[in-house]
Design a protein around this ligand. Structure first.
Ligand SMILES: *Cc1c(COP(=O)(O)O)cnc(C)c1O
Length: 865
């Protein structure tokens, strides 16, 4: 019979063990090895089966085992140590707490900074969070990044909370049919059995197109950071709304819109409800973007702001991170759906539906065009970023049209390259080596703090690498065996798996979401070359693939089928495999064991990518198309002080048709494998150590190790985005939102008057000048009804290229020099002649106001023509 209702019964821990409960409840165990070891030692044989979940251990352990442990002095001693360590971790000051002691140059800036530090509270909104395989609320890179962000924020003491949804079925579990077609299972998760606690006193309510929706709030402790997850699975909700939080990225467009409303609007209400006063709202990708609309509504209703005032106030404290370089990857909602769900909002805020739609439209788009979440994200944030250097550039291209008249290079979108949380991903052996070499604080070291790794002994490093590879081979065999048996194979049919894969072979892994642009099957495009590599018994090489395709993505599933089919051939099957059900646990094994981490995306579609970073921290080498993070981190041998590159770059044939492109890029990959990777890995001394390979590994760790850490990433977010946003939000809210009203008034004046602003003339002596001297430039500008204090007149200078455009622009502010007549003002400045050759100058007028963070952000600019 099927149960009608269920509940979870928590075990009765003997008094001596009561601390276990608190330890299991704080997800810090997911990156603290002593805590993991402690729980693993309770029932070591089940640790893997129970997905490394302390809560599960406590739920399943037998009372007699607990009784034994309660009398085991050694265990109790360890328990005490681990508990004390957690307490210290939660209370001692960390990096952020030391920030306010850093003196700023200007006194006012320092006061500003200290005030911002004290009052800042950041809320990080994300549709998925990958903290541990035991809390499966993620589908791939975006979620794992969010998890790593929270963990690093916790390690650094950053005052941040996470906001997301609790999906009853999480993301799916993957298995394969005999012919290699992906099967999806959606297990039912019981939140009471996970490291979650219900905020029983608090609920949020939302209007969903005229129906009332209620959501409850779960909280998870991630070290020092709290994560709130909203859940609509409540009897009082009508059935069709109950399921809003059923699955990650499931359902149709309307379902998706409801999920995003819950995340954005419900998230803001939840923060208020549980008492988390927030000054900075960070949206991890567009899905939570509706939070901006909710905040506008609240400011209007609660604080009596006008719509435009509220818009400015909301933007000031908002940070938007875009993650996709592909327009098709952005959520868009048709107007009729928006009318049904947001008609009430427009009415409450006293604006027309057209005005609302405009927030999600590009300039010149039809009022009926669909509503673009990324465009809204850009418009409702004052600070925006992409997730790698290259992706920043691509994003400035993609969204340049939102700031007409502004050169693409000045589009106000910056970048902060993604990172990974070292302690989560690094193997035990490598951790020991890094502690010995760099110090116990290796994960939080500054980027140039990894120099010592060059001195690690090759034998030590090789032993660590080999141990992790061997463990990975064991994990792969177990997984392959389990899948084969589940698929109905007999024991004799799975015997070959016992010796499949070689713990000493060059092991290359490719594991990530099976999205088509990642081209998992590029390697299969030249099957004969692949077989030749796999059949080489002198210099063994092996490949492991893993990853889930989105349930609706048949092309992605087809990639998996191709890989599985190729790997089923008995002539290669012990050397190449597709391993089912990629999750954080499998990811850990693979990034720790792989010698080479492979990535073959279509450039520039990989916004960043992060799994290669995890491999690098573990002493793996990255071999990838120069896309995402790799495009900025790869150092070629010719640029390296020791003449050895820190990995490999696969050539990218951008601009060619697909067919040619695949051929050229696969050629480049095969050439690297055949002539570089395989020979170098198998070039050994008498003791079997590949010294050149080890030197390359150390070069990779030395040059990249400090940069790829999520601690670096979070520090960058704090310094470049969170604190500036907090300061600017504080300035706007001062004097009962006087700042916001000021800024909105100023924006209105610009709107009314800007059409009259122009540069009349630019004059300078055009004779040859001497390097090192300066040249006076004069301009006359018309400001119409605006004053000199309303604008900045900028002189832009630099060497000119072939078509007369200024390259390497230097920008200085020009000084007013009196009036020509009522509207026309004289300005002057001196350009420094600091490089020889042709030099060009031009002049432009941009807005100026003490509360604007970025002059071009308003989109008003008048150029000399
Ligand atoms: C790190 C990680 C990813 C990210 O993969 P990339 O394609 O390199 O961005 C995806 N899934 C899991 C389970 C991960 O651990």
């Amino acid at each position: 019979m099927k149960a009608k209702r269920y509940f979870t019964v928590r075990p009765d821990l003997p008094g001596a063990l009561s601390a276990l409960d608190g330890l299991a409840q704080n997800l810090r165990w997911s990156w603290d090895r002593p805590t993991q070891d402690l729980f693993a030692s309770i029932e070591p044989d089940h640790w893997d089966e129970w997905r490394h979940d302390p809560r599960r251990v406590l739920a399943e352990v037998t009372p007699s085992r607990l009784q034994n442990l309660a009398e085991d002095h050694q265990f109790l001693q360890r328990l005490g140590d681990v508990k004390e360590d957690l307490e210290r971790y939660l209370s001692a000051p960390r990096w952020y707490q030391a920030l306010s002691q850093t003196p700023d140059r200007a006194r006012t800036a320092e006061q500003d900074r200290t005030a911002a530090l004290e009052h800042t509270q950041i809320a990080y909104f994300s549709p998925e969070f990958g903290i541990s395989e035991a809390l499966p609320q993620y589908s791939g890179g975006l979620g794992v990044l969010a998890g790593d962000h929270l963990k690093s924020a916790s390690d650094l003491g950053v005052p941040l909370v996470g906001i997301g949804l609790f999906y009853r079925h999480g993301y799916f579990r993957q298995s394969l049919s005999v012919d290699g077609w992906q099967q999806e299972r959606f297990p039912n998760l019981d939140p009471y059995a996970l490291a979650l606690e219900l905020c029983a006193e608090h609920r949020v309510e939302l209007d969903m197109a005229g129906e009332r929706l209620v959501a409850q709030i779960w909280r998870a402790e991630v070290g020092r950071v709290t994560l709130y997850l909203l859940d609509t699975d409540l009897d009082e909700n009508p059935d069709h709304l109950k399921g809003i939080t059923d699955r990650l990225y499931g359902g149709d467009m309307e379902h998706r819109l409801r999920q995003e409303m819950l995340l954005g609007i419900g998230g803001v209400r939840a923060l208020d409800e549980v008492g988390e006063p927030t000054s900075v709202f960070h949206t991890n990708e567009g899905h939570a973007g509706f939070l901006g609309l909710e905040r506008i509504r609240v400011l209007m209703e609660r604080d009596g702001l006008g719509f435009d005032d509220a818009l400015h106030a909301v933007r000031a404290g908002a940070v938007f991170t875009t993650h996709t370089p592909v327009p098709a990857g952005i959520d868009q909602f048709p107007r009729d759906l928006m009318e049904r769900y947001f008609g009430g909002w427009a009415h409450e805020c006293g604006v027309s539906m057209d005005r609302l739609m405009e927030l999600g439209h590009r300039p010149g788009e039809d009022a009926d065009a669909s509503f673009n979440m990324a465009v809204m994200g850009m418009r409702l944030a004052s600070l925006r970023n992409g997730v790698s250097d290259l992706h920043g550039e691509v994003s400035r291209q993609m969204f340049a049209d939102l700031w007409p008249g502004i050169p693409e290079s000045e589009t106000p979108i910056s970048h902060i390259t993604n990172g990974v949380h070292g302690p989560t991903w690094v193997s035990r052996e490598i951790d020991t080596i890094l502690v010995d070499s760099i110090g116990p604080d290796w994960a939080t070291r500054p980027i140039d703090g990894w120099g010592e790794v060059s001195d690690i002994a090759d034998t030590t490093l090789w032993a660590a690498r080999s141990a992790a590879r061997e463990r990975m081979v064991e994990v792969i065999r177990n997984r392959l065996r389990a899948s084969a048996i589940t698929a109905g194979k007999s024991p004799s049919e799975v015997e070959w798996i016992d010796t499949a894969f070689d713990p000493d072979a060059l092991t290359i892994c490719f594991a990530r979401r099976m999205a088509t642009y990642k081209r998992a099957a590029l390697l299969l495009s030249q099957p004969d070359r692949l077989r030749a590599l796999l059949w080489d018994s002198e210099r063994p090489i092996q490949f492991i693939f893993a990853g889930k395709a989105h349930p609706a993505d048949d092309e992605g599933k087809e990639l998996i089928r191709q890989l599985v089919t190729f790997a089923q051939d008995p002539a290669v099957r012990g050397r190449i495999a597709f391993v089912e059900d990629y999750d954080m646990a499998l990811a850990r094994s693979l990034v720790q064991g792989a010698d080479v981490w492979l990535n073959t995306p279509i450039r520039p579609m990989e916004a960043s990518g992060t799994s290669g970073m995890k491999s690098v921290l573990n002493g793996g080498l990255h071999c990838s198309i120069l896309d995402g993070w790799w495009s900025e981190c790869f150092v070629a041998g010719s640029d390296s002080p020791i003449g050895i590159a820190n990995g490999w770059g696969i050539s990218s044939a951008m601009g060619l048709d697909d067919h040619r492109r695949i051929e050229l890029e696969a050629n480049s990959l095969y050439e690297l494998l055949e002539t570089k990777l395989v020979p170098e890995f198998h070039d050994r001394d008498n003791a079997g150590i590949p010294h050149r390979w080890m030197t390359r590994v150390k070069e990779s760790m030395r040059t990249i190790g400090g940069f790829v850490g999520a601690h670096r990433m979070v520090r960058d977010y704090v310094e470049h985005l969170y604190l500036p946003a907090a300061r600017s939000a504080e300035n706007l809210s001062a004097h009962n939102w006087g700042g916001a009203r000021d800024l909105a008034d100023y924006a209105r004046r610009l709107d009314e008057s800007w059409h009259r602003v122009h540069v009349d003339s630019v004059n300078t002596d055009e004779a040859v000048g001497d390097l090192g001297s300066s040249r006076e430039v004069q301009a006359v500008v018309c400001l119409g009804d605006l004053d000199e204090s309303d604008v900045e007149v900028q002189l832009l200078t630099g060497p000119v290229g072939q078509s007369g455009e200024i390259t390497r622009v230097t920008q200085i502010s020009m000084t007013p020099g009196g009036m020509v007549d009522d509207d026309h003002h004289r300005y002057g400045a001196h350009a420094q002649l600091d490089s020889a050759g042709r030099m060009g100058v031009t002049v432009r007028v941009v807005p100026r106001h003490r509360l604007i963070t970025n002059a071009v952000d308003f989109g008003n600019v008048a150029w000399a023509t």
